[in-house]
Each structure stands twice: as structure tokens, then as C-alpha cells.
Design a protein around this ligand. Structure first.
Ligand SMILES: [Zn+2]
Length: 228
């Protein structure tokens, strides 16, 4: 029965979406929008950060760019004003769990415990912004079947990414802009980070990425708009 339900979920996901699905490990997730329209969704993981989230928000505001923030509850509870500001600025808040557990290592966090974390985080965001997150990305992008099922049980869609510029390795901003330029295609979901470490280089690269994409005729949208 359990297997049947999982197949059903996968079947529905595969046949009814206009998204490209990433297969990783044993699960499926949305990795890109299938479109020819030059639209791109920037996603920022691991915030909010007291230092870097305000800087990212300032750059996005300067260029009138809307993005999506995969926030963690453990961070959001300390910086509720940043959650509210991001939402008020027109960005989408998505769910990156509450405590950022490593699901590769910690099996006990994959099933019901993960559902509980997702629900806890969604409640917090809803309390702060009046909007319930619709998208989830697991810490370290763990995509086991049990996790995908947990995300579905919690009523969310698992969203991975089309490409990253490996910003967590802190390459020089120009290197990140070049990588971004090379890989950008219509419907891209781009992984970036505004929390979880030193993100100064990500902030420094952001203007360059936005300017180069705009020059190519791209428009920046939230995940909700990209995947609708
Ligand atoms: Zn993360």
C-alpha cells in the first residue's frame, strides 16, 4: 500500500506538472520550469541572517528583483523582522525545515519527524507573514522517497535547483557571475545562500548576476510565479 501511494504521488507529479523533475537518490523534486520565457528564480537558503539577509534584500530592492528565501525556523525565530521584511518586499518565503537536520546522517529525522519540522516552520512563517509556505527544500538537498513523501504529506512541493554557482565555497564574485552567465537558461531555479556562513561574496556577486541576466532580457520571479 505504501509503495502504491508513493508511485501514485510520483505518477501525479510526473504527468501533471509543467516542471522538469530532478531525480536524485530515490526521490523526485522540481528542478526547473519548462518554459521558453526568459524568467529565472533566485533562491536563497539558510537564512535569515542578521548580517547578510538585509544586504541581499537591499540589492534585490535596488534592482526591483523578487526572489524566494528558503528559511530555517531556528533562524527565523530569532529574526522575525527579517522574515516580515522579506515578505513585505514581495519575496516568497519557503520552508528549509526548522533545525536544518542532516537527513543523510540522521535517519530518524526523515519521516514523521521531518513532517513535524515542516509544519512547525510553516506555522512560524504563517504567524509572521500571514502566508503559508508552499515549497520545501531539504537541508543538503536530501531527496529520499521517505522525505519526498513527508513533504507531500505536509502539503508542500519539493523544490531543488537547476544550478548553483557554488557560493558556499566562496569563489570570487566575478567567478560566480561568469558561472551564472554560462548556465542561465529560461526557467532556471538558482541556488544561493544568505545564511549559514560567510556570504559576503554572494552579496558582492549579486548585482553582477542580476545585471547580466537583465541585459539578456531575463525577468526575475518568485518560485510561485515561475511554477504557476
Ligand atoms: Zn541549507
Amino acid at each position: 500500500m505504501k509503495k502504491f501511494i508513493i508511485c501514485l504521488i510520483l505518477g501525479v507529479m510526473l504527468t501533471s506538472t509543467a516542471y522538469a523533475l530532478n531525480k536524485s537518490y530515490m526521490g523526485w523534486a522540481v528542478g526547473q520550469a519548462k518554459t521558453r520565457e526568459k524568467i529565472v528564480a533566485l533562491t536563497f537558503d539558510d537564512g535569515p541572517s542578521k548580517t547578510y539577509t538585509p544586504q541581499v534584500l537591499a540589492v534585490l530592492k535596488k534592482y526591483n528583483v523578487k526572489a524566494t528565501f528558503f528559511m530555517c525556523g531556528a533562524q527565523a525565530q530569532y529574526y522575525p523582522d527579517l522574515v516580515k521584511q522579506a515578505s513585505a518586499d514581495g519575496h516568497e518565503i519557503a520552508n528549509h525545515s526548522f533545525s536544518h537536520p542532516n537527513l543523510f546522517k540522521n535517519k530518524s529525522k526523515r519521516g514523521a519527524a521531518l513532517v513535524a519540522e515542516i509544519v512547525q516552520m510553516n506555522h512560524l512563517v504563517e504567524k509572521l507573514t500571514m502566508i503559508k509556505p508552499a515549497y520545501f527544500r531539504a537541508p543538503y538537498n536530501y531527496m529520499g522517497l521517505e522525505t519526498i513523501k513527508a513533504v507531500n504529506d505536509a502539503g508542500l512541493i519539493y523544490v531543488s535547483w537547476t544550478f548553483s554557482v557554488k557560493d558556499w565555497e566562496r569563489p570570487a564574485p566575478a567567478v560566480m557571475v561568469e558561472a551564472f552567465n554560462k548556465r542561465l537558461i529560461p526557467g532556471s531555479i538558482v541556488l544561493l545562500h544568505d545564511g549559514g556562513g560567510n556570504r559576503a561574496n554572494t552579496v558582492a556577486a549579486l548585482s553582477g548576476m542580476i545585471e547580466s541576466a537583465k541585459k539578456k532580457g531575463y525577468r526575475f520571479v518568485t518560485l510561485g510565479e515561475l511554477l504557476k
